[in-house]
Structures are given as C-alpha cells and as structure tokens.
Design a protein around this ligand. Structure first.
Ligand SMILES: NC(=O)c1ccc[n+]([C@@H]2O[C@H](COP(=O)([O-])OP(=O)(O)OC[C@H]3O[C@@H](n4cnc5c(N)ncnc54)[C@H](OP(=O)(O)O)[C@@H]3O)[C@@H](O)[C@H]2O)c1
Length: 250
C-alpha cells in the first residue's frame, strides 16, 4: 500500500497563538507551502498584519482568548465554514506567567495556567476533531514542554499542564486513530521567544551548560520538528511525544 501523499495545497491548519513565536513561524511556513491558515491570539501586531497583506485569501486571524471556551468553538465552526474543513490543529498557544514558587502561587494563577494550557487545548482538539472526523482524516499536534518530563523550580503548575497535554495526546491517538486522525506531542527545550525573555543570563548560561549540544534551540528547529511530524514522512507516527531539546533531558 502506498503512503499518503504530502498535504495538498489548500489544506487547512488551525494554529493557536500564531501572532508571534513558534506559532507565527509555523503559520508563515505553512502559508508558503500553500496551506490555508487560521490562527488567533488576544492581540494583533505587525507580524499578523504582514501575513494578512501577503495572504488575504488564505490567512485568517482573529482576536480570541483561550479562556473563552464558547468563542473557541464558534471560531472553529467559522473556520470550517470559511475554508471547507480542518486538516490540522496545532495547539501552540500557552502562557507561562512570571515564574512563581508553588507555595506562593495564587489559586487564580493556577486556574489561569490550567485553563489556558490544558482545558483550552482540549476543547480546541474536540471541536477540530469533530470536523476532521467528517473527513476521516486529520492531525493534531500538541506543543508541550520539557517541563512535562523534567522538574524545574518555579514552574510546577505549568509543568502539570504540559504533562497533562502529553497524556491527552496518547489516549486521544488511540481513540482517533481509527478515524485516521494522528495525534502527537512535540516537546521543545528552551528557545528564544517572548515567553523566555525573563530567563536571566545566569539561567540561560546554566541551561546551555546542561544541554549536550551547548546552546538553546533555534525556533526554526522546533518548527522543523512540527513540520516533520505533520508530513507524510511521519505518516505512521501517532500517540508519541517527540522531544527536541538538544539532549537536556537525556
Ligand atoms: N519558548 C520556549 O522556550 C518554550 C519551551 C518549551 C515549550 N514551549 C511551548 O511552545 C509554545 C509556543 O511558545 P512561544 O515561546 O512561541 O510563545 P510566545 O512567543 O509567548 O507566543 C504565544 C502565543 O500564544 C498567544 N496567546 C498567549 N496567551 C493566549 C490567550 N490567553 N489566548 C489566546 N492566545 C494566547 C500569544 O498571543 P497574545 O499574547 O496576543 O494572546 C502568542 O501568539 C507554547 O506552548 C510553549 O509552552 C516554549
């Protein structure tokens, strides 16, 4: 039996948090390959405006908050209507507020982390998987973190959300496999983005020293891994956690 072909131009991706960081890099790459890309974030910026100008028909951005579950479902329905289906969800958006020791983390901060980083991706996955199931094909990539598999001070609740996402990926892969929907987690190590601007030089130095490859990841290397996992070259990979961290967790 031949392998599935590369995604046809015109396939539809939903990427949460595509205004900057990894989501923005992925959005631009997929648009360049002929995908239609729907993304959202709370606020727009110059990078979003550039993509809107360059891809007026294929790029859709909306202002949306992960915390608004009803709006998320309406958004997915609107994307499916506008583009005629959904082939890929990248659950990329997440928050890592100021690093905070567990004993002093407020209940509000904990709830926000769990809602944004775990409950919202699960809700998005359900809404998108329902659309994918009507087409009997699709893919979900959950962007996790090495905090899910190694302990770090100051990020206990964030780590819990990412570990939860990995467990979700595995079980969902079992359930959706028969519908020809693949589900995987990509687990990046540290890379430069707005999320990591608060990492002090001292911590950055420590991370680099503990990383066998001796540096932080380039954001493009994380995007390469996501692109591999959604390609036909990974057509038999599902339910896995793919670590891309320069070896810091080995
Ligand atoms: N950077 C790292 O070193 C690192 C390491 C491991 C894993 N990761 C994971 O990789 C993924 C991407 O990280 P990144 O560093 O590229 O992040 P980033 O630069 O901080 O970008 C996050 C994106 O998500 C959006 N977003 C955040 N909160 C949102 C909300 N409540 N509602 C809607 N959109 C929201 C942001 O836009 P708005 O703020 O305008 O809403 C932005 O578009 C995340 O899942 C992160 O946990 C990152």
């Amino acid at each position: 039996m031949s392998r599935p072909a590369e995604p046809l131009p015109g396939q539809v991706a939903v990427i949460s948090g595509g205004s900057r960081g990894l989501g923005r890099v992925l959005a631009e790459r997929l648009l360049g390959e002929g995908w239609k890309v729907a993304t959202f974030s709370r606020s727009s910026n110059e990078q979003v405006e550039q993509l809107q100008t360059k891809y007026p028909d294929d790029f859709l951005w909306e202002s949306l908050d992960l915390g608004d579950r009803v709006a998320l479902r309406k958004y997915v329905a609107a994307v499916a209507r506008r583009f005629g289906g959904i082939d890929l969800l990248v659950n990329n958006a997440a928050v890592l507020n100021r690093q905070e020791l567990f004993l002093t983390t407020s209940a509000r901060q904990m709830d926000a982390l769990i809602n944004n980083n775990l409950s919202a991706p699960i809700a998005l996955a359900q809404a998108c998987a329902r659309v994918m199931s009507t087409n009997n094909s699709g893919q979900i990539v959950n962007v996790s973190s090495i905090n899910a598999i190694r302990g770090f001070r100051g990020v206990a609740v964030y780590s819990a959300t990412k570990a939860g996402l990995d467990g979700f990926s595995r079980s969902l892969a079992r359930e959706l496999g028969p519908l020809n929907i693949r589900v995987n987690s990509v687990i990046p190590g540290f890379f430069d983005s707005d999320m990591t601007t608060e990492v002090t030089d001292q911590n950055r130095d420590r991370i680099q020293k503990r990383t066998p490859l001796g540096r932080l990841a380039d954001i493009e290397e994380i995007a390469d891994t996501v692109q591999f996992i959604i390609s036909s070259k990974a057509s038999f990979i599902t339910g896995q956690t793919i670590v891309v961290d320069g070896g810091i967790t080995c």
